[in-house]
Design a protein around this ligand. Structure first.
Ligand code: HEC
Length: 128
């Protein structure tokens, strides 16, 4: 009887694992933390041009990772944030252009998160 219970517990566990998202690699988590830091600095107006360029570099890594996954949403979202970062560099001191560029950046983050991010706790996220 005990063995049977253990077997069932094992089956449930296997099913739960199969349904859950995929654990992101340490690299992926780092890229996201970098993007968040760059985005935060940009919003505060700190080293905007440098952070926009760093963001483009980070997004290239993110884009290369997602390219292998054949997700149109992910590739488009990466491209959108990337274009936003480029537009921000172009914007210079023009506030309206800066705002538009930041919206473009944020839209890319949101687009991919809506499709591919699963929040599993307050501190942990997975890929779906
Ligand atoms: C191509 C898809 C994609 C894009 C674009 C993207 N993200 Fe993410 N992001 C994810 C996925 C998937 C996760 C969940 C897995 C993880 O945490 O690595 C995530 C998680 C995060 C996290 C939580 C990291 C953690 O500690 O686990 C932050 C913060 C974040 N993203 C910020 C951003 C910001 C800011 C942008 C835009 C500048 C952005 N992301 C753009 C896919 C994306």
């Amino acid at each position: 009887m005990k063995t049977l219970k253990v077997t069932f517990a094992g089956l449930f566990l296997a099913a739960a694992v199969a349904m859950a998202g995929e654990k992101p690699s340490a690299d992926h988590i780092k890229w996201m933390k970098d993007l968040a830091a760059q985005n935060g600095a940009i919003r505060k107006g700190v080293d905007v041009e440098k952070n926009a360029k760093d963001m483009q570099a980070t997004l290239k890594l993110v884009g290369a990772f997602w390219k292998t996954r054949n997700s149109e949403v992910a590739s488009k979202s990466c491209g959108q944030s990337y274009k936003g970062a480029a537009a921000l560099v172009e914007a210079g001191a023009d506030k309206d252009k800066q705002m538009a560029a930041m919206k473009m950046i944020g839209g890319g983050c949101k687009g991919c998160h809506d499709a591919h991010r699963v929040k599993i706790s307050d501190t942990e996220n997975e890929i779906k």
